[in-house]
Design a protein. Structure first.
Lengths: 120, 105
């Protein structure tokens, strides 16, 4: 059973870069059957897809965030990461890493989520 | 594609049936998923392709619809079913609905 775990700072200063890592267990990041994603949930409970990546390196980003987002793989560590630049208070959210199958962009597996607050 | 869920809140008693609606701003064929989320937890996939239950999901959860109108039905609500439910389309990139809370009356 695939398991995902987020890690990273819980507090980020405005205008800085948010960086999170997702560690995969019970499966391999090099699987051609999966994609690896980041999703966030605002304090108001709105759920927003941020983007995802395939082992091939292909990335797909939410157009509203595309200019600030980078998702990358660390294959030796079986991890993938999120970088979100120039953050503001509007980026305060619970950030989830998630995974699905290449047959459709839905999320079969989720990490437990990590709270990130943007504040000075 | 904008996904609109209704109602925002559903107040029901255990044993009753719940009907949750999700509307897409354009046709998404059957590329719709439903998730359940409990406080402090990640969403859990219930239904995909509009009507296929995910692994381990009880038969009291059923999905229907195609095009722009979709329904999640929970027959005979159990205490553990009181939660927040989201729909998500995955044919035109990705987008989620605003959620429906099923609360205990």
């Amino acid at each position: 059973q695939l398991q995902l775990q987020e890690s990273g700072p819980g507090l980020v200063r405005p205008s800085e870069t948010l960086s999170l890592t997702c560690t995969i267990s019970g499966g391999s990041i090099s699987s051609n059957n999966n994609f690896w994603a980041w999703v966030r949930q605002s304090p108001g409970k709105e759920v927003e897809w941020i983007g995802h990546i395939y082992y091939s390196g292909s990335t797909f980003y939410n157009s509203a965030l595309k200019s600030r987002v980078t998702i990358s793989l660390d294959t030796p560590k079986n991890q993938f990461s999120l970088k979100l630049s120039s953050v503001t208070a509007a980026d305060t959210a619970v950030y989830f890493c998630a995974a699905g199958y290449s047959s459709g962009w839905l999320f079969h597996y989720w990490g437990q989520g990590t709270v990130v607050s943007v504040s000075s | 594609t904008v996904m609109t869920q209704s109602p925002a809140t559903l107040s029901l008693s255990p044993g009753e049936s719940a009907t949750l609606s999700c509307r897409a701003s354009q046709s998404i064929n059957n590329k719709l998923a439903w998730y359940q989320q409990k406080p402090g937890r990640a969403p859990r996939l219930l239904i995909y392709d509009a009507s296929t239950r995910a692994t381990g999901i009880p038969a009291r959860f059923s999905g229907s619809g195609s095009g722009t109108e979709f329904t999640l039905t929970i027959s005979s609500l159990q205490p553990e079913d009181f939660a927040l439910y989201y729909c998500q389309q995955y044919i035109n990139w990705l987008s989620f609905g605003g959620g429906t809370t099923v609360e205990m009356k």
